[in-house]
Design a protein around this ligand. Structure first.
Ligand SMILES: O=P(O)(O)OC[C@H]1O[C@H](OP(=O)(O)O)[C@H](O)[C@@H]1O
Ligand SMILES: Nc1ncnc2[nH]cnc12
Length: 503
């Protein structure tokens, strides 16, 4: 059918197309059916919403659809039903535990990017990958398909360095220190990050507190050519666009299937033209990788995938048994990261990890002799050179380079938990800490999160403060308090762990 475009001020996070009830009946279209919109040479897919608010002869286009193509008000377009895409059959194959061929993986990725697959099918694909996994041939095919369905960055500098954490550990603001340290040593490091996937704050969520993170490829090229680095959100770019679509499903389910994680991370690195990549695998209880053996196996996969993509990859297995530093949540983490850069000091776990990772990159990039990288990274941090570089990055990314960490607002609804007994802290539960910060509103509420006053091994006295929850609303604070009471994230030697009666 032909219809006149009516642009609707609706933004729902779904690609909805609104059709008049009578016309939908005549065309045998039902709610959530996939339709093809043809405007000249451009084809866009959307899901049907039936509405009497739309007149006959009109088609309502949501703002989400406008992001895919700039339809104009009153433009006449063709609307056609679209059958189930062939790639759904391949998703079912993976659900049954079968190996996918390269062409099948390419079809799935193309249909994800073209929005022919809806959220429900994408979630099924992500779930099938979580349950049945991918082998290295499938991962390589997925990585290349993800990269090649988007744009590529071409920066005329060598070598191009990169760092990426697989995440999972709360408070992991480390790369906000690593990037300026490495760039201050003269290396080029165009860093893209995702927003939170399983945690309460992804690096992009934290940087966004004090600078813009959404840029076009041309803007990134300009920033990186000027200051040697950036700290941006990969999702704002058309780099491996299938990645950010699948991340949405991962975030909703709080899962990060290993094969998809490898493809997702490495497709972005490939598209950014990175030649030397350092992957951080936080390892410990309650994170994505719980044992060193698992971390080694994953490291081998990253290195092998890098070889197939023509990249030199090294992996650092890092301690992920408790949160990094003392803060969790975008604004609180931004304060801690900026303060460490500004003063050259901070929590041991943050400084040690950041200078350790930066040191590896300095050696990989050939600016530090083998074994001397960490020392050089520490000197760059302590001398203030990393902070100077960070100020350049902040300024180029539209932030205030004279920002003071304490100027950053944090949630003013607070509640502090205290020690119920005296003793040593024996464990801090990563999952519970993330759950509390998320219940408090992070990462969407930037000021929400947790300030930790103790770490594993420290001695506390009964009544000492253990952690403060910050939230932006009383309702969120109450939810976080309930979650914290239920999970008791900080364990102290001598504590009664459970009370069981009436069995
Ligand atoms: O912890 P979760 O949310 O699962 O993982 C997502 C985080 O891990 C990576 O960190 P980085 O950008 O390398 O610092 C991603 O980019 C993202 O910020
Ligand atoms: N970009 C990304 N995609 C998937 N998993 C990740 N873990 C950390 N970063 C990730």
């Amino acid at each position: 059918m032909k219809a006149k475009v009516r642009i609707l001020d609706i933004y729902s996070g779904r690609y909805s197309v609104f059709i008049n009830e009578k016309e939908a009946r005549e065309a045998k279209l039902h709610p959530d059916d996939l339709v093809r919109l043809e405007a000249g040479k451009k084809t866009v897919y959307g899901s049907v919403v039936i509405s009497s608010l739309i007149d006959e002869g009109e088609i309502g286009i949501s703002r989400d659809i406008l992001q895919l193509h700039n339809f104009s008000e009153g433009e006449v377009i063709t609307v056609l039903p679209s059958g189930t895409p062939e790639s759904v059959r391949y998703i079912k194959k993976k659900m049954n535990g079968e190996k996918l061929r390269k062409v099948e993986i390419e079809a799935i990725v193309r249909d994800i990017v073209d929005r022919k697959l809806r959220d429900i099918e994408i979630s099924s694909f992500v779930t099938a990958l979580e349950i049945n996994g991918l082998d290295m041939d499938e991962i390589a095919a997925l990585t290349i398909a993800m990269a090649e369905t988007g744009d590529m960055l071409d920066i005329d500098r060598k070598p191009i360095m990169d760092v990426h954490s697989i995440g999972g550990v709360p408070g992991n603001k480390t790369n906000i220190l690593v990037v300026p340290i490495v760039a201050a040593a003269g290396l080029t490091i165009p860093k893209t990050s995702s927003r939170a996937i399983t945690s309460a704050a992804g690096t992009a969520d934290v940087v966004e507190v004090f600078a813009d993170v959404s840029f076009s490829l041309d803007e990134i090229k300009r920033i990186v050519e000027k200051v040697g680095a950036c700290l941006v959100w990969g999702g704002a770019l058309n780099l491996a666009p299938a990645d950010d679509i699948t991340i949405k499903a991962e975030r909703a389910l709080s899962i990060d299937p290993t094969g998809l994680m490898l493809a997702s991370i490495m497709s972005k690195k490939y598209a950014m033209g990175s030649q030397y990549v350092l992957i951080d695998i936080p390892t410990g209880k309650g994170v994505k990788v719980e044992s060193v053996d698992q971390a080694r196996a994953l490291a081998r996969d990253f290195i092998e995938l890098g070889k197939r993509l023509g990249q030199y990859v090294e992996v650092a297995i890092t301690y992920g048994g408790q949160p990094i530093g003392h803060t969790v949540g975008p604004a609180l983490e931004a304060r801690e990261a900026l303060s460490a850069l500004m003063t050259g000091t901070g929590p041991g776990s943050l400084i040690e990890k950041a200078t350790g990772l930066a040191g590896v990159l300095l050696e990989m990039g050939g600016v530090a002799p083998t074994g001397m990288g960490k020392k050089m990274a520490k000197e760059i941090l302590e001398s203030g050179k990393a902070w100077e570089k960070m100020k350049e990055i902040i300024e180029e990314q539209g932030g205030d380079p004279n920002i003071k960490p304490d100027d950053i607002p944090v949630g003013d609804k607070t509640y502090t938990f205290t020690a119920s007994t005296s003793g040593y802290v024996t464990s801090i539960d990563n999952r519970a800490i993330t759950g509390i910060a998320r219940a408090a509103g992070a990462p969407e509420d930037k000021g929400a999160g947790i300030e930790l006053y103790v770490k594993v091994g420290e001695k506390v006295k009964e009544g000492d403060p253990l952690f403060t929850i910050h939230a932006e609303s009383e309702a969120r604070l109450d939810q976080a308090i309930v979650f914290a009471r239920r999970t008791e994230p900080i364990r102290i030697e001598g504590m009664v762990l459970q009370r069981i009666g009436n069995i």
